[in-house]
Design a protein around this ligand. Sequence first.
Ligand code: GDP
Length: 194
Amino acid sequence: EGGDHLKRVIFMADTFDEECDYLFKAVLIGDSGVGKSNLLSRFAKDEFRLDSKPTIGVEFAYRNIKVGDKLIKAQIWDTAGQERFRAITSSYYRGASGAVLVYDITMRSSYENVRKWLLELREFGGEEMVVVLVGNKCDLDQSREVEKEEGKGYAETEGLCFMETSALKNLNVEEVFLQMITRIYHITRQKNLA
Ligand code: GDP
């Protein structure tokens, strides 16, 4: 376990440029057009620093969060449109402790594909990741194709957290990321104490 943690830190050492107690990587996944990059820019708005790794075609943003007296730096990766080309590889998932799996409540097919994203996540990211299932665009209730209870029920059977969001209206966006990050923090802390 300790070795795994070390690998994570080393992998991200090049971005370890500020004092913080913990550094976590999380990934955004889901079909193209569901709202991933809008969710990310909402969440990272205050400390917006969108960097990119053109070699593997990703973008990421950081945000510093205080949990108790600890400073956590969250590095969130976005696919930068690569999901269209099915070019997401193991390097995208490597070292990630969390994932936000997004579908669009007005696009049934994006919900049907959640199962496929979850399989990929479990293959490349391992079983221990904290995953939040997100039904985005809840401001478009009149065009809804996926009921809230459906998403919630599926999340429960798969052991995922669940929330509906609107990146447009800024509903629940903060909550999604903060829930994921505090969960990761508590799990990591418990491991370090064990
Ligand atoms: P990505 O491909 O998953 O990164 O999706 P984008 O963030 O690029 O969003 C795709 C489209 O959906 C854009 O036209 C956004 O303006 C729109 N969009 C994203 N989030 C919301 C939302 O919460 N509500 C509405 N109504 N539109 C959204």
